[in-house]
Write a protein of this length. Structure first.
Length: 123
């Protein structure tokens, strides 16, 4: 009987946590009304809305017309391969990574998600 009570408490806690997370996600997306399609496209691949939005906020400070492609390049230069670009990238590896993003499966998935979401939300 004790285990049943513990299980019920645990399950009710999980349900409440899910509702809190959903509402936090909605709050984040409300902040980025214009660019929420970009965040949603990345979210479908990387799943962490808060981190994507946090990085997107930093990126928006550097770009007047944000889009999913320039956000990808910003992430490569400022987050994923930051040390490579800070060290001077004497062999051009960073440029190759950026130029080859169209072959990257994550990038392709983000692009497909973005195009689909754009069709859905812009109508």
């Amino acid at each position: 009987m004790t285990w049943l009570i513990i299980l019920c408490i645990f399950l009710s806690g999980c349900a409440n946590t899910k509702n809190v997370l959903v509402s936090e996600r909605d709050k984040i997306l409300d902040v980025y009304k214009k660019e929420q399609i970009i965040i949603l496209a990345y979210e479908k691949v990387y799943s962490n809305t808060f981190d994507i939005a946090k990085n997107f906020l930093q990126y928006k400070k550097t770009d007047i017309l944000p889009n999913y492609d320039s956000f990808w390049i910003w992430l490569i230069k400022n987050l994923w391969y930051k040390q490579l670009f800070e060290s001077g990238d004497e062999f051009g590896v960073g440029k190759q990574i950026i130029d080859n993003r169209f072959r990257n499966t994550d990038y392709q998935e983000i692009r497909k998600n973005y195009e689909l979401l754009y069709k859905i939300y812009e109508k």
